[in-house]
Design a protein around this ligand. Structure first.
Ligand code: NAD
Length: 434
């Protein structure tokens, strides 16, 4: 431990953005870094860099509401680590967004991009707001002002945002347009997840869910779990959850339980996914779906199932829930859904967890393809996209599975080992400037 009367160290230590707790996303990430450090050998001397975001930006986002009043929102863009390439990571609109959460999400992007071996660092953004309470015009104004405010640090070669919770291709179109207007250049490569006719990529909307499905099928094959008739429970029925549900149902699995911010439902015979998707389209929640029994949201975690897919928010699998889960396999569609102590309980119960940084990497993988296509101004077919996606995520899973067996560690620690070795080797090769 360096001496605290060294003035340089005093300044250095004052960079504590928030007090991480056991339950916070940043606390979870730091605990994951602590767990991997002993496996990093001589590279561990660089590990402190993983505990410190490279750059954090907090912006005020003022807009005029439709009724003529003014409202101010707090927005963030965090570039956690840029050693392996430009920043890459989504933008979240949610009433609970905080700087600390965005720091954790950006750090997980650093790990994910390295675990899958994409040439990106990690970044993430967000605005603390409830999109349900804003009109489309107000959302557009928020998005454009936020894009202008973070415009000083984003760009096709610097940091490339994408959709996340409550943001979609329309938001990306506004971001791309605003950045292009401000720079005077058509810059499709500044964001990914754009509409297809605006230099977006085929297959991007469903890429994250497709990746969860492809990885889930491979994990089930390795665990001798047949997909036909497998019982699947999904938390979150947005972009990731609904696509994953649709693909598993098509492959013959039964989606027996679903939960989202508006309710929870159960049907032992399997939920009819097309009808459920129509219901969610109309009511914005799975709650009240007539083809199922409604559940108390907490009872969702007791639902008898073989596969559990958290695809909503972080911190959902707590110790208490981990003790009750009835699944054999957890596929982390969401980022950071499992708390570190809960992870240990799942491990001791023999429940295999395919960690977020691999399991939901299909989205950023196709974002990478979109970025490459934008630079080339040449676009691939959906089949080409899906084949390349499958190859990248399955190769990554294979390497992590092998590392997990060789080192005798969980798939999460293995993914962190592979990723941190790549990130810290990049640091060592680049050296410390000046
Ligand atoms: P989305 O906005 O499309 O859907 C979010 C879902 O979570 C909704 O069904 C919502 O009702 C539910 N939800 C929100 N708060 C909840 C709560 N407190 N309890 C239960 N359910 C709740 O978002 P998405 O894009 O599907 O993202 C879901 C998760 O996947 C997030 O963790 C996100 O970071 C992660 N992820 C998304 C992508 C992507 O490409 N969209 C890529 C990688 C990871």
């Amino acid at each position: 431990m360096p001496s605290t009367n060294n003035p340089a160290v005093a300044v250095h230590s004052s960079l504590s953005y928030a007090q991480p707790t056991n339950l916070s996303a940043w606390g979870t990430y730091l605990a994951q870094v602590d767990r991997v450090t002993p496996y990093l050998g001589p590279l561990a001397r660089w590990a402190e860099t993983l505990r410190r975001p490279k750059r954090t930006l907090i912006v005020d986002v003022p807009i005029e509401l439709d009724n003529g009043d003014f409202a101010h929102f707090e927005g963030y863009r965090v570039q956690h680590n840029l050693a392996r390439g430009p920043g890459k990571g989504g933008v979240r609109y949610h009433p609970d967004v905080t700087l600390e959460e965005v720091m954790a999400l950006s750090a997980w992007m650093t790990i994910k991009n390295a675990a899958v071996n994409l040439p990106f660092g990690g970044a993430k953004g967000g605005i603390r707001l409830d999109p349900e309470r804003l009109s489309k015009k107000e959302l557009e104004r928020v998005t454009r002002r936020y894009t202008s405010e973070i415009g000083v640090i984003i760009g096709p070669h610097q940091d490339i945002p994408a959709p996340d919770v409550n943001t979609d291709s329309q938001i990306m179109a506004w971001m791309m347009d605003t950045y292009s207007m401000n720079t005077g250049l058509a810059s499709p490569g500044v964001v990914t997840g754009k509409p297809v006719h605006l230099s977006g990529s085929l297959g991007r909307v469903k890429a994250t869910g497709r990746g969860v499905f492809v990885i889930g099928c491979e994990a089930m094959r390795r665990l001798n779990m047949p997909i036909g008739g497998a019982r699947v429970a999904i938390q979150g029925f947005g972009n990731v959850g609904s696509t994953t549900a649709e693909l598993f149902a098509k492959a013959g699995a039964m989606i027996v339980a679903a939960q989202d911010s508006g309710g929870a439902i159960f049907n032992a015979q399997g939920l009819p996914i097309t009808e459920l998707a129509d219901h969610v389209q109309r009511h914005r929640t799975v709650g009240g779906f007539p083809g199922a029994d409604s559940l108390d949201p907490e009872a969702f975690w007791d639902a008898p199932c073989d596969v559990l897919i958290p695809a909503a928010l972080e911190g959902q699998i707590t110790v208490a829930r981990a003790e009750r889960l009835r699944a054999r396999l957890v596929l982390e569609g969401a980022n950071g859904p499992t708390l570190p102590e809960a992870d240990d309980i799942l491990g001791s119960r023999g429940i295999v967890v395919v960690p977020d940084v691999i399991c939901n990497s299909g989205g950023v993988t196709v974002s990478y393809f979109e970025w490459v296509q934008d630079f080339a101004s040449y676009f691939w077919t959906e089949d080409e996209i899906n084949q390349r996606l499958e190859k990248i995520v399955l190769d990554a899973l294979e390497q992590i599975w092998r590392t997990s067996e060789r080192r005798g560690v969980s798939l999460r620690t293995a993914a962190f080992v592979v990723a941190c070795e790549r990130i810290l080797t990049a640091h060592e090769e680049r050296g410390l400037y000046p």
